[in-house]
Design a protein around this ligand. Structure first.
Ligand SMILES: *Cc1c(COP(=O)(O)O)cnc(C)c1O
Length: 387
């Protein structure tokens, strides 16, 4: 049987941890009740499981259980945060600030709001991918209601200064939302210490199931309102209707608990693997690192390669390693990554990029194999381009 390619695409999604699956299984079959049913044992069991999971998730980010709204993932959480705040606060102002390197699940709701008469400022980032705080302060206006800045970027892994951004927002009495889909369980996140008012989470990037996530919505100092984007049975205190997906919620909490418990050791291990790969690749001429090397997710390496076509390279490597050039959602499009162009990379270099996402189940031997193969393939493609 041919070997399957080595998976180095942990920013797109991750395999589920066996421990997460084991925690979920009873809730598909035996304990299948509707958590909103309060008239019999099946409902009580499901409701108790959701309660325990909600408490665990809340406590990990230093929130209270009432501040957690379960959603289908980070896309829905971002939509609820951005459109929900816009709808609840438009009488106080119609200006929103975000950054150019956000995920499309933030950019597209913002663009949609522009069609409804909101004004959005898309702040540029510095060449290393990080937001200049002075630019943020200058951009805040009398009618600004929301600042949305991601915690960790899904293409280049850079970490934004959340605590500082939170302080600026707080002192200007503007709400602060962060898309933490890539950051949760990778870096410590504390909504109180970081002055975060809304935070989007998802389980499938942290070895949990797909189709489940949450939005943290602050209840005190200030009490944040979000207009529901899904009306119906009134679950989640009316903020998000729909029958709660008990097995996924149990799995989400389990994935988060494991991720946070193992975070310190795993970060160190991923850092070593990343540096192993980077020191191999940078031995070639014409390789540029995209994004700040130190202030980034430990499992992320994103490079631009002079003299090769990015998609040709990924195709040539596909039987050895599963990687992508940028975000999973835009990997089929021919326009260069909006994140890399925001760093000032020209179109050719933005096209010739590789994003490695190293994860929990990768080994040093796999990195060695991938590094060697990538180097050989880059050399031969460059040779062929010269002919
Ligand atoms: C993956 C991702 C999303 C989308 O999350 P889903 O749970 O798949 O909807 C949003 N933002 C960022 C930064 C991501 O990496």
């Amino acid at each position: 049987m041919p070997q399957r390619p080595i998976y180095l695409d942990a920013h797109a999604t991750t395999p589920m941890d066996r421990r997460v699956l084991d925690a979920m299984l009873p809730y598909f079959t035996e304990h299948f009740g509707n958590p909103s049913t309060n008239s019999h044992l099946y409902g009580w069991e499901a409701s108790a499981a959701v309660k325990t999971a909600r408490e665990a998730i809340a406590s990990i980010i230093n929130a209270t259980p009432e501040e957690i709204v379960f959603t289908s993932g980070a896309t829905e959480a971002n939509n609820l945060a951005i459109k929900g705040v816009a709808e609840a606060y438009f009488s106080q102002g119609k200006h929103i600030i975000t950054i150019a390197t956000e995920h499309r699940a933030v950019l597209d709701p913002c663009r949609y709001l522009e069609t409804l008469g909101f004004e959005v400022t898309y702040l540029p980032v510095q060449p290393d991918g990080i937001l200049n705080l002075a630019k943020l302060t200058t951009a805040i206006r009398e009618d600004t209601i929301l600042v949305s800045v991601m915690a960790a970027n899904n293409e280049i892994g850079v970490l934004q200064p959340l605590k500082e951004i939170g302080e600026i927002c707080h002192s200007h009495e503007v709400l602060f939302h962060t898309d933490a889909a890539q950051a949760i369980a990778k870096i410590p996140l504390n909504v109180a210490a970081m002055n975060i008012d809304l935070m989007s989470l998802t389980a499938h990037k942290i070895y949990g199931p797909k189709g489940i996530g949450a939005l943290y919505v602050r209840r005190r100092n200030p009490r944040v309102k979000v207009a529901s984007q899904l009306q119906g049975g009134g679950q989640e205190k009316g903020r998000r209707s729909g029958t709660l997906y008990t097995p996924q919620i149990v799995g989400f909490a389990k994935a988060l608990e494991i991720g946070v418990a193992e975070m310190a050791l795993e970060s160190e291990r991923l850092f070593k693997l990343k540096m192993q790969l980077w020191s191999m690749l940078k031995s070639l001429p014409g390789i540029q690192l995209n994004g700040n090397l130190t202030n980034r997710l430990q499992g992320n390496l994103n490079i631009s390669i002079e003299g090769v076509n990015g998609s040709a390279l990924i195709l040539a490597l596909h039987s050895v390693v599963a990687v992508s050039s940028g975000s999973a959602c835009s990997s089929t499009s021919t326009t260069p990554s909006h994140v890399l162009t925001a760093l000032g990379r020209d179109e050719n270099l933005a096209h010739a990029s590789l994003r490695f996402g190293i994860g929990r189940f990768n080994t040093a031997a796999e990195i060695e194999t991938v590094g060697k193969q990538a180097i050989a393939t880059i050399k031969s493609l460059r040779q062929a381009n010269k002919l």
